[in-house]
Design a protein around this ligand. Structure first.
Ligand SMILES: Nc1ncnc2c1ncn2[C@@H]1O[C@H](COP(=O)(O)OP(=O)(O)OP(=O)(O)O)[C@@H](O)[C@H]1O
Ligand SMILES: [Mg+2]
Length: 324
């Protein structure tokens, strides 16, 4: 659905002391059909800039991209017909009702009045907008407004939908409801490309996650791949400290053991895949007559991945933002 090669964007002369801002540097992305692709990164990482280039709104300074099979540089007209875009700010007309906004959007995309009305009815039902859709948008809550934005993004049945921070500012319940709507779009075969600051959103919603930092891709993969790639699963095996040396000697030569550390009463084993390592490691310890007192298997959080790949925690920035 999306392939980019060394995509770049430099804004001339507007950075500190009038220098150029390299907002996006050599970004290579691959987005598969039917997936929810999450673009994760702190403020200023280059997420919106990348999205604006992919949606044909901003010409790249370098590199190339194909969107839904069309060349970004030469076939933007075709790309626009295939994609939907919901910007960070949204695009509803405040003085019209949500329903009128939907129909107008359909008409702007060339649907007949009957087809636009039919599609708007379908979306009102699907996104549960019956209660408020005939009121003016200016009276809506943030969540209701985001639902209308989402509806406007899919009025013309795009194959690929871009959502820039669709859930920022929503309360936790509205946010999880919104995730359900996005998953419904995926069930209908729509590929979704979204940006977010929320780690738990990327973790539970996105099939593939791309971590952006300072205009470059810091890491890309499924949540599980990223977690394993960065730190591996952690097996904490409780035992008497007297047995540490023997257990270490027994386990450190295994190819799937990346690192072994000790705490006061446990051996911490960093392994490629905990579910495979555990059933093989336990019998070894039993055979060596080492008594295992406690056992725990844990996966690193996405924030740990973020910390390891960028040297910073996104959680703090997230928290700061929530407090604003
Ligand atoms: N038109 C512009 N002119 C100059 N600099 C720009 C322009 N648009 C964006 N930038 C800069 O490019 C960098 C990336 O901005 P971008 O909006 O892509 O970040 P983002 O990852 O979407 O951040 P956020 O999470 O805050 O939305 C920032 O340093 C920003 O100030
Ligand atoms: Mg942005």
């Amino acid at each position: 659905m999306i392939v980019t090669q060394d995509l770049c964007k430099t804004f001339p002369g507007r950075g500190g002391h009038g220098s150029a801002v390299e907002a996006v540097k050599n970004v290579n992305l691959q987005v598969k059909q039917g997936e929810i692709f999450g673009f994760l990164g702190p403020n200023g990482a280059g997420k919106t800039t990348t999205m604006r280039m992919l949606t044909t709104l901003l010409p790249p300074s370098g590199g190339s991209a194909h969107i839904v099979g069309h060349n970004l540089a030469r076939e933007s007209k075709y790309i626009r017909q295939e994609i939907g875009y919901v910007s960070q700010k949204g695009g509803c007309y405040e003085l019209a009702t949500g329903y009128e906004n939907l129909v107008l959007q359909g008409r702007l995309y060339g649907l007949s009045r009957a087809a636009a009305v039919h599609k708007a009815d379908e979306l009102v039902q699907s996104f549960h907008m019956e209660e408020y859709c005939h009121r003016k948008v200016k009276t809506y809550s943030g969540g209701q407004r985001r639902h209308v934005d989402l509806g406007m993004g899919v009025m013309h049945n795009p194959k690929l939908l871009f959502l820039d921070e669709p859930t920022t500012g929503l309360d936790p319940t509205s946010r999880t409801n919104f995730w359900d709507e996005i998953k419904k779009l995926r069930e209908r075969g729509i590929t979704v490309f979204l940006t977010t600051h929320y780690l738990e959103e990327a973790d539970s919603l996105c099939d593939t996650i791309c971590i952006m930092d300072h205009g470059t891709v810091a890491a890309q993969g499924t949540a599980l791949e990223l977690k394993r790639h960065v730190a591996g699963d952690v097996l904490s095996i409780g035992m008497s400290p007297d047995a540490f040396a023997q257990a270490k000697a027994l386990l450190e030569t295994r190819p799937d053991v990346r690192d072994i550390q000790t705490t006061a009463d446990a051996l911490k084993l960093y392994v490629d895949a905990g579910e495979h390592a555990l059933p093989e490691i336990l019998p070894l310890l039993v055979q060596a007559k080492i008594t295992v007192t406690t056992l725990e298997m844990a996966r690193p959080s996405l924030d740990e991945v973020f910390l390891k790949t960028t040297g910073r925690s996104l959680q703090n920035e997230d928290g700061k933002e929530a407090a604003q």
